[in-house]
Design a protein. Structure first.
Ligand code: GLC
Length: 455
């Protein structure tokens, strides 16, 4: 028996197919999936919005967990909630200007507060000073700007009375004993909570028209590593949940946090979170979207000052595309419902760059192996238009760059930002290489782009 298992494992390794990734709950073919996801892979760039009661605490969306707050202690954020400047049209316009093609907003985060008018809870925006369904306004605004609409929905819920204890729950952070778990779990029933999620997702996916993306968050059932104190597919009823989602919105694109890794169709894309650009290379060839914040937290965090620079943000975007993935950048609006000036400034800079260079992002992916990456630069590639983009990370003022092995492969070179021609000739020392001459003055873009029209 053991021998047989070993053999199966070995065969799977040789053939490159993961042994346990074979189950499939639907009937979609790879080609159909590719078609369904085309707009998303072509877009490459989206905006995440984390907005909720935690925006008022302004010190991390996990504040309830971090400070071990009970529902009663957290109630003040509900009582104060009144985003008088909430204007998703402004958000959507900023996203669009920055070149983003889709948005994903928290309809409910781990704190359990709903930004929509759910029939199944009183813990919702209509019962706050906002007095209205913020999700509806968001959907209308985003759609009106011609962007695709996405919902984030937290699987965790630190407010719901039936949601059982796990090691992320605010109430078991101080006393982690089993006795405390047992005491708090008395009367809680995950089956009822699962029904609550199905009910709410049904509302979200039937009452707001076509929804393009669903971002469910998250699972951490580490198979005993956390003494069974995480939650995963069984706790959420993930298989049924995903079936329901696909039934209600057949075209929708769903992330991978339901803990359905053993299903071939358990997710549409991977979600490397806050990883470095170096790490993104690992995802080459997969379908993925890296989610990143401007600073350390997702929810508005007034005193957090490690904001990424314009160059770091550009690097994330370019490196994502050059490895065949998407980038979703997060904004945590303030409790008044506005983008913080630091977010707006970052978006404005991206808007300037994207206006000039978005052809090197949309519909692009990694370059074919036959094109070596010029030193210090990164490449993106559009297979349909047969254009190759050299992102000049290190601008050689008044100098030249070597395009290694490019002789005979290109017919025209120009800056992308102004379509001005760049001259090139074969290298004197190695005629396979081309030497491209750049002007002394660097164009006014942090990372300028050269567009090569391929033969
Ligand atoms: C995490 C965090 C969360 C954030 C999310 C975004 O799982 O729990 O606060 O919303 O990732 O990727």
């Amino acid at each position: 028996m053991l021998k047989k298992l070993k053999l199966i494992f070995l065969l799977a390794l040789i053939s490159g197919s993961p042994v346990f990734a074979q189950k499939q709950s639907g009937t979609e073919t790879d080609a159909q999936k590719q078609k369904r996801m085309e707009w998303w892979t072509d877009s490459r760039f989206g905006m995440f919005i984390h907005f909720g009661l935690y925006s008022g605490a302004a010190r991390h969306e996990w504040v309830k967990h971090n400070e071990h707050l009970s529902n009663e202690q957290y109630q003040k954020y509900f009582d104060q909630f009144n985003p008088d400047y909430f204007d998703p049209t402004k958000w959507a316009k900023e996203a669009k200007a920055a070149g983003m093609k889709y948005m994903v907003m928290t309809t409910k985060h781990h704190e359990g507060f709903c930004l929509f008018d759910s029939k199944y809870t009183d813990y919702k925006s209509t019962n706050t000073g906002a007095k209205r369904d913020l999700v509806r306004e968001y959907v209308n605004a985003v759609r009106a700007q011609g962007l695709k609409v996405g919902f984030y929905y937290s699987l965790l819920d630190w407010h719901h009375p039936d949601y059982t204890m796990d090691d992320a729950h605010p109430l078991v952070q101080v006393d982690t004993s089993q006795a405390n778990y047992d005491r708090l779990n008395k009367g809680r029933d995950m089956a009822k909570y699962r029904q609550y999620m199905r009910n709410q997702l049904t509302e979200l996916l039937t009452n707001y028209g076509k929804i393009d993306v669903l971002w469910l968050d998250w699972s951490w059932d580490k198979k005993g590593q956390r003494r069974g104190r995480g939650k995963g597919a069984k706790d959420w009823g993930s298989v049924e949940l995903l079936k329901l989602v696909r039934k209600l919105q057949p075209g929708i694109i769903v992330n991978n946090r339901l803990d359905l890794n053993e299903y071939k169709d358990g997710a549409d894309f991977e979600t490397p979170e806050q990883v470095s650009t170096a790490e993104l290379a690992k995802y080459h060839g997969k379908t993925w979207e890296t989610c990143q914040t401007f600073s350390g937290s997702w929810g508005y965090y007034r005193d957090e000052n490690t904001w990424k620079t314009h160059r770091q943000l550009l690097d994330l975007l370019i490196t994502s595309v050059s490895n065949g993935g998407n980038l979703i950048l997060n904004v945590g609006p303030t409790a008044r419902g506005e983008f913080d000036y630091r977010a707006t400034r970052a978006l404005d800079s991206l808007a300037t760059w994207m206006h000039a260079n978005n052809r090197a992002i949309y519909n692009c992916t990694f370059a074919p192996d036959t094109y070596k990456v010029p030193e210090n630069d990164k490449l993106t590639y559009n297979a349909k238009t047969k254009r190759l983009y050299v992102h000049l990370y290190d601008y050689p003022a008044g100098g030249t760059i070597t395009l290694p092995g490019y002789a005979g492969k290109i017919k025209y070179a120009a800056f992308l930002n102004d379509a001005s021609e760049l001259l090139y000739k074969p290298s004197a020392t190695n005629p396979d290489d081309l030497i491209l001459t750049l002007p002394a003055k660097k164009p006014l873009y942090e990372i300028p782009v050269v567009e090569l029209t391929l033969n």
